[in-house]
Design a protein around this ligand. Structure first.
Ligand SMILES: Nc1ncnc2c1ncn2[C@@H]1O[C@H](COP(=O)(O)OP(=O)(O)OP(=O)(O)O)[C@@H](O)[C@H]1O
Ligand SMILES: [Mg+2]
Length: 326
C-alpha cells in the first residue's frame, strides 16, 4: 500500500513561548522509525505534514490509506481535524475517529463519559476562583491543562496544597497556555499506563507499565521527567509491574471499559492511578499514543515480546481488518 504518514513536526520556539509548546509533536526519529517499520512491512510510507495544505497533499498524493499520528493545530479539536480530512476525502486511516480524538483531548469531557463505569478523581474545570471554591475539593490537588498531552503545562510544581495556591497555578496556566484548566484531587496510589490494540472482540492487552518513583512523597509524571534523559534516577518503569495480580486485572478492566466508552479503535493508551482504597482511577486516554522507537511507553512495554515492526504492523493490521482489507 502507499501510506501517508500524517504528523506534525515541532516548530521553532519564539521568544517568550513555553518550553513545552511542541512537546506533543513528532520529530525526525519518530517519523524515520515509523516509516522504516512500514517500509519493512512492504509498504511505501510517505511522511505528510498535517497542516492547512493537508487536504491537497492527500488528494493529490495517490495514497491508499493514512497512518495517522498527527496532533493537528488549535485547541481541543486539533487532533480530530487530520482524521476528519481523511473522512472528507474517503481515505481509510488508522487510529480512532474524529469524535473519539476530540473527546479524549478534552480531559473533562472524557472523564464525564468514562465515569459511568470507571472512577475518576473529584474535580472540574476552573475559570474563576469562585468555581474552584465551589468544587469543594480535598487537598492536595493537581492543576493541569484540560486539553494538552505529553505533560504539557504539568511542570514545576503542579500540585497545590490549598485553594490559594491552586488558584495561582490555574492563573499561570491560563496566562501561559491560554487553556481551560482542570483541577483534580491528587490520587495517591500507584500510577500505571495500559496499552490496548485491536478492535471489537479482538482488543488485546499490549502491556501495563508501572511508573514507580524512587523516592517517597507525592509523585507527578511531569514534563521535566518525561524529557529528562536521566529520568531513571528519579523513576523506574516496571513492565510488567510488580503489583498484585488482582490490581493488574482491575487496571486492565478499567482501561477496557474506558476504551469502549470512548469508542477507541486500533490502539490507545490509558493513564490510571490507584485510589487510597485500592480502586483504579482514570486520568486520561491517549488515542494516538507516542510511538518513538526505544522511548515511548507502548514501545517500552512491548519490547521484550515484540519488535517495533510488529507493534506498528499490528496497529495497521487492526485498521486494515476494520477497513475490510484483510
Ligand atoms: N488526579 C491526579 N492524581 C494524581 N496524579 C495526577 C492526576 N492527574 C494527573 N496526574 C499526574 O500528572 C501526569 C500527567 O497527567 P495526564 O496524564 O492527565 O496528562 P498528559 O499531559 O495528557 O499526559 P501524557 O503525556 O500521557 O499525554 C500523570 O501521569 C500523573 O503523574
Ligand atoms: Mg498522561
Amino acid at each position: 500500500m502507499k501510506l501517508a504518514v500524517l504528523f506534525n513536526p515541532p516548530g521553532a520556539l519564539l521568544p517568550g513561548e513555553p518550553i513545552d509548546k511542541y512537546a506533543e509533536h513528532d520529530g525526525d526519529e519518530t517519523i524515520r522509525g515509523l516509516c522504516g517499520a512500514l517500509e519493512r512491512l512492504g509498504h511505501v510510507a510517505v511522511p505528510v505534514i498535517a497542516d492547512r495544505r493537508l487536504p491537497w497533499r492527500l488528494d493529490e498524493g495517490g495514497f491508499d490509506a493514512a497512518f495517522n499520528i498527527a496532533e493537528g493545530e488549535g485547541r481541543r479539536c486539533r487532533e480530530a481535524v487530520p482524521a476528519a480530512v481523511c473522512e472528507l476525502l474517503g481515505l481509510p486511516y488508522t487510529h480512532s475517529d474524529p469524535l473519539t480524538l476530540a473527546v479524549c483531548l478534552d480531559k473533562d469531557v472524557a472523564r464525564r463519559l468514562v465515569s459511568s463505569e470507571v472512577r475518576v478523581a473529584r474535580g472540574g474545570l476552573v475559570q474563576t476562583r469562585a468555581q474552584l471554591a465551589a468544587l469543594d475539593l480535598a487537598y492536595p490537588v493537581i492543576v493541569k491543562p484540560n486539553d494538552e498531552g505529553s505533560s504539557k503545562g504539568i511542570r514545576g510544581t503542579p500540585v497545590a496544597m490549598d485553594e490559594g495556591s491552586a488558584w495561582e497555578k490555574a492563573c499561570w496556566l491560563i496566562e501561559t497556555y491560554g487553556c481551560p484548566v482542570l483541577v483534580e484531587e491528587m490520587i495517591p496510589g500507584a500510577e500505571v499506563t495500559v496499552g490496548l490494540r485491536g478492535n471489537g472482540e479482538a482488543v488485546e492487552l499490549l502491556g501495563i507499565s508501572h511508573m514507580r518513583p524512587r523516592r517517597p512523597g507525592l509523585f507527578v509524571y511531569t514534563h521535566e521527567l518525561k524529557t529528562d534523559p536521566n529520568f531513571g534516577e528519579h523513576l523506574e518503569i516496571l513492565s510488567p509491574p510488580d503489583l498484585p495480580v488482582a490490581q493488574l486485572q482491575a487496571f486492565e478492566a478499567a482501561a477496557r471499559a474506558a476504551w469502549r466508552l470512548l469508542g477507541c479503535r486500533d490502539v490507545a493508551r490509558f493513564d490510571l492511578r490507584l485510589s487510597g482504597d485500592g480502586a483504579p482511577v482514570f486520568m486520561e486516554c491517549n488515542p494516538i499514543p507516542g510511538i518513538k522507537p526505544g522511548w515511548s511507553d507502548l514501545v517500552l512495554m512491548t519490547q521484550d515480546r515484540m519488535s517495533y515492526d510488529e507493534l506498528v504492523g499490528g496497529v495497521l493490521a487492526a485498521a486494515r481488518r476494520r477497513w475490510g482489507d484483510l
